[in-house]
Design a protein around this ligand. Structure first.
Ligand SMILES: [Zn+2]
Length: 384
């Protein structure tokens, strides 16, 4: 079945290529077609340490989610990862991967740290000379990763990441991609601020070796401070990682749109990531008959929330196998999926256990009124 569908899909694409006006598909000039997602640190280099977390783990989780959203929702973009597991990759090697792939954008994902537990929030850096000691500190901390490399003195021509004087070389750096890098950096920061509600510490410049060596626009995102307990908790949570990754994804989508706005439209074969399901529609459980009643205006009812995505999934109702009465609502720019509608919290809680058994381990009960999430405690209290 899958093979047949694939053949049909391939035939379809070939047909589209054949019918497409010449030149439209061949001309990739100026388009954003390849992005490198660089999860900072890895392997023997843990990066910054929080009380309960390591930068390398969080950076990887966010990097994989960000890349996943781009692959899923922007099928004409190829995502290249510098690492997809917990392994040590030299800084120069990361830049080399990006340069060899001739990527259009480089996104390096990190977490910040400070001697004080006070600072919190997000920063996005582009390559340049630091304008403050604080920015120099961040670059020094990130560049210190090379001290774990075997041959760093030769590889970086004697550059000492810990000596402030060494950073003077970056004042000679001509950043050919400064405008694009700044453009993307500010899109990332405004997504963090406006869509996720995170503190925007701004777009900054500093001498990061990994950005120094790339031959394309690039940024280094500091997604929060592991030394701040609130930031750390957020960055360690599945929800926090999804929010951060979807913000970077949306910034990328906007950047791509902006960069391509004056180019002729290109025919892109429609992406159908969920086509390869063999489950016939009839196999799903019947919708909950209570649902229509429960959705009556002004009434409070309970649903089981089990998944989140950056954009509404196509065919969402049939995508989640075996879950009945799948619905969604939007919150903070993300789509939340729920199953079932119940007047009684007890019934909803029972249903939650079933949803968890089907693999959605973090499913939980929410209270809803007029398709908006409301306070669960209050809703339970108000129950007859
Ligand atoms: Zn880092």
């Amino acid at each position: 079945m899958i093979v047949v569908k694939r053949l049909i899909a391939i035939f379809g694409i070939l047909l589209m290529l054949f019918l497409a006006p010449a030149g439209l598909l061949a001309d990739n000039e100026g388009r954003i077609r390849k992005v490198v997602i660089d999860a900072g640190h890895g392997g023997k280099d843990p990066g910054a340490l929080g009380k309960h977390s390591r930068e390398k783990d969080i950076a990887l989780a966010i990097a994989l989610k960000t890349g996943g959203y781009i692959e899923q929702y922007l099928p004409d973009v190829e995502v290249i990862y510098t690492r997809t597991k917990d392994e040590f990759i030299e800084l120069h090697r990361r830049a080399q991967i990006a340069n060899e792939s001739q990527a259009d954008l480089f996104i390096s994902i990190h977490c910040n740290a400070n001697n004080s537990s006070q600072p919190y929030g997000t920063e996005t850096y582009v390559m340049g000379l630091h304008k403050s000691k604080a920015n120099l500190d961040v670059a020094q901390k990130e560049n210190a990763a090379i001290l774990k490399e075997e041959d760093y003195q030769t590889e970086y021509e004697g550059f000492d990441p810990e000596s402030p004087e060494a950073y003077i070389i970056f004042s000679l750096f001509q950043n050919a991609f400064l405008d694009q890098s700044l453009e993307f950096a500010s899109l990332v920061q405004s997504q963090f601020k406006e869509r996720v509600g995170l503190r925007d510490r701004g777009v900054m410049q500093a001498g990061f070796l990994v950005l120094y060596r790339i031959t394309m626009p690039g940024v280094l995102v500091e997604t929060g401070y592991l030394t701040n307990s609130k930031d750390e908790k957020f960055l360690m949570s599945e929800k926090g990682q999804v929010y951060i990754a979807s913000a970077i994804y949306r910034a990328f989508k906007e950047y791509k749109k902006e960069m391509e706005k004056d180019l002729p439209e290109v025919i892109v074969p429609e992406h159908q990531p969920f086509m390869e399901t063999e489950e016939p529609v009839g196999a799903y459980e019947k919708p909950d008959t209570k649902s229509e009643l429960a959705k009556a205006e002004g009434k409070t009812y309970f649903r089981v929330q089990f998944a989140t995505s950056a954009e509404l999934l196509k065919d969402y109702s049939s995508r989640f196998k075996g879950l009945n009465d799948v619905d969604f609502y939007e919150h903070n720019g993300l789509i939340k999926y729920t199953s079932g509608n119940f007047f009684s919290f007890k019934d909803a809680n029972k249903h939650k256990n079933n949803v968890r058994k089907k693999g959605f381990n973090d499913a939980f009960v929410i209270a809803v009124k007029d398709n908006q999430r409301v306070d669960l405690k209050a809703a339970r209290k108000a129950q007859p």
